[in-house]
Design a protein around this ligand. Structure first.
Ligand SMILES: Cc1ncc(C[n+]2csc(CCOP(=O)(O)OP(=O)(O)O)c2C)c(N)n1
Ligand SMILES: [Mg+2]
Length: 320
């Protein structure tokens, strides 16, 4: 039902936002020894796609994957444990924020190295095709990764071999502080991608979660029907600094005015308003209360959990 879907999407996005608000509060205490690339602003993209494709995809992401991890696992105990470097994290505390993964939930890999998971996802899509499954690979990456050759090589191979992969460019227009306009010798990524044998979805004006959810469903159906990969280019605004938990407006590369224009179409606030207008206030508040409680408990559990033992340093690595 539409109402249930809207509440599910709201819960998913609210969990992301509340978890990151908790990180903002806790990080200055210096107990989370990991760089933080925050997801605040991208929740609509990730919740829309992951909710639509939960049973149908294997996911790959970047170092900015808090939202992705929370969307696919729907849990916060392991999430916070990993950020605190504790054994109860999904990688036993050795991954931190930038390598969150949970293959049991189909989150196969995320990585600190820009562009790295794109070819891995293409390999994953080859596996799905070879094994004749109904799953697709979904890979999230930033607009900065498009500036690397590996993006184009991966797109090319996926098109040539007609692989079931959805490339998702989360386009905040920035690679750290450098805007797209001074990085690219062309105007439109969508226009170029249309020259490839793939589907292109790039007509998004805002990060409205329902629009993105519908796009993801359509993409899955069309990838299967036309036997070709797809590229979605979805604009969003990064609310916080590139790395870290603070705002950084009016320090030289972007303005608070620009932020406020995006804030007016914040995906979480938009959906909350829509639900309230549909008399869903009780359901909204009970989602918020439950998520807040869950996060509070997860943070406490993570703080109380043990660190890995020193011998763990040599496990899960190549060589001796
Ligand atoms: C191969 C590689 N080159 C450079 C870096 C340094 N670096 C880290 S994040 C980043 C910008 C990436 O921008 P984008 O892909 O748009 O992602 P966003 O941070 O905007 O989400 C760069 C250049 C890196 N991590 N890996
Ligand atoms: Mg970017």
């Amino acid at each position: 039902m539409q109402k249930d879907l809207e509440l599910e999407l709201y819960q998913s996005m609210y969990r992301m936002r509340a978890a990151e608000r908790a990180i903002q509060q806790e990080y200055p205490n210096n107990q989370m020894k990991t760089p933080m690339h925050m997801s605040i602003g991208e929740e609509g993209i990730v919740a829309g796609i992951c909710t639509a494709l939960k049973e149908k995809a294997k996911f790959y992401g970047t170092y900015r994957s808090h939202a992705l991890y929370l969307a696919v696992t729907e849990e916060t105990d392991g999430f916070f444990a990993e950020l605190y470097g504790k054994v109860t994290g999904p990688a036993g505390g050795k991954a931190g924020s930038m390598h969150l993964a949970s293959p049991d939930h189909n989150l196969i890999m995320t990585s600190a190295v820009v562009g790295t998971t794109i070819p891995v996802a293409v390999g994953g899509a080859f596996r799905e095709k070879y094994m004749n499954t109904d799953k697709i690979a979904v890979v999230f990456f930033g607009d900065g990764a498009v500036d690397e050759g590996v993006f184009w090589e991966s797109l090319n191979l996926a098109c040539l071999w007609k692989l079931p992969v959805l490339f998702v460019c989360e386009d905040n227009g920035l690679a750290i502080h450098t805007p797209t306009s001074v990085r690219r010798g062309y105007d439109s990524l969508g226009k170029i991608a249309r020259q490839y044998n793939c589907l292109v979805y790039d007509s998004f004006e805002q990060t409205d979660v329902l629009t993105i959810h519908a796009m993801a469903k359509k993409a899955y159906a069309e990838i299967q029907r036309f036997r070709m990969p797809a590229l979605a280019i979805i604009p969003y605004y990064r609310y916080l600094e590139h790395v870290g938990v603070n705002e950084d407006f009016d320090v030289g590369y972007r303005s608070c005015d620009e932020f406020e224009q995006w804030l007016a179409k914040d995906p979480i606030a938009l959906l909350r308003r829509r639900l309230i207008n549909q008399n869903q206030e009780n359901a909204v508040v009970s989602i918020e209360d439950a998520v807040n409680k869950q996060i509070f408990i997860s943070v406490q559990k993570a703080k109380d959990a043990p660190f890995p033992r020193p011998e763990e340093l040599y496990r899960g690595v190549y060589g001796e």
